[in-house]
Design a protein around this ligand. Structure first.
Ligand code: ADP
Ligand code: MG
Length: 273
């Protein structure tokens, strides 16, 4: 197995799936934590007004905290809202506060309403603040396709889709792919689905295996070999303000997220043995 090297160009991924509760946030924070543990510089941008990613990373995000709202609505610099995770050096978060719920409407009347997040990221990467330039930026989206999600699609080059190995897993997927096509045609020609991760895999059920087979048949090149098991440790970690990688490092959940992150980092790079 090769070691994990930083990507030649920084990678910006939006973690997306128009279903709620499929593991978007869980995947965002745990993949980010694993990448940071490999020594990479990683930023999680929490663009979901619920702020679940901020919570899971142990980052304060009450109403007074500088947040993604200030960046996309008030034009503040990204550097001014970044917080480092208490227990994972190299992992940073731009938190979401409740104001973001209103941003959806406020954005409508602003100039360049679809590309405000992209502008902030580009500006930061050109002139990095205290956190340094990021190797990976992962954007945790709300389930709806509003202007916040559009901002994430415009800022990213890659879409990372977590798919839950359950009934109706593929429902909504064709709509998501259509929306990505629309964004590509009108706003961001570089956007593409680079990565699919099977989550909440239950090895005891035929259904999980069937969903996994079907997804692998359709998206042979994008699906990571590692899949994430259904695991109580994964679901417990956020209530401790931790990712499963620090909450229970030897658990199957931590190991599988680490494997998945290693595959993600290796995409498109040659690894020296
Ligand atoms: P989304 O962001 O897509 O709405 P979440 O990441 O918040 O989804 O996950 C939904 C729920 O499922 C959360 O309660 C989370 O803790 C739980 N969950 C996510 N992944 C797993 C897993 N692999 N095993 C067990 N529970 C999980
Ligand atoms: Mg979420």
């Amino acid at each position: 197995a090769g070691k994990v090297v930083p990507p030649a160009q920084p990678r910006v991924l939006t973690i997306s799936n128009q279903k709620g509760g499929v593991g978007k946030t869980t995947t965002t924070v745990n993949i980010a934590a694993a990448l940071a543990q490999f020594g990479l510089k990683v930023l999680v941008i929490d663009i979901d007004p619920q702020g679940n990613a901020s919570t899971a990373l142990g980052i304060p995000h009450h109403a007074e905290v500088p947040s993604v709202y200030d960046v996309v609505v008030e034009d503040d610099e990204l550097a001014g809202v970044l917080q480092e995770c208490p227990d994972i050096p190299g992992l940073w978060c731009a938190p979401a506060t409740i104001d973001l719920a209103g941003a959806e409407l406020e954005l409508v009347s602003l100039v360049a309403r679809e590309s405000r997040l992209k502008r902030a990221i580009d500006q930061y990467q050109r002139e990095p603040g205290a956190a340094g330039r990021f190797d990976f930026i992962l954007i945790d989206c709300p389930p709806s396709l509003g202007l916040l999600t559009v901002n994430a699609f415009v800022a990213a080059e890659e879409v990372f889709i977590p798919i839950q190995c359950e009934y109706y897993a593929l429902e909504g997927l064709s709509q998501l792919l259509k929306n990505i096509e629309l964004i590509r045609a009108h706003l961001n020609p570089r956007l593409h689905v680079s990565t699919i991760l099977l989550t909440m895999y239950d090895a005891r059920t035929r259904l999980s295996a069937q969903v996994a087979d079907e997804v692998r048949a359709h998206f042979a090149d994008q699906v990571l070999k590692a899949s994430i098991p259904r695991s109580v440790r994964i679901s417990e970690a956020p209530s401790h303000g931790q990712t499963v990688l620090t909450y229970d490092p030897s658990s199957s959940g931590a190991l599988s997220y680490s494997e998945a992150a290693k595959e993600l980092a290796a995409q498109g790079t040659k690894i020296d043995e």
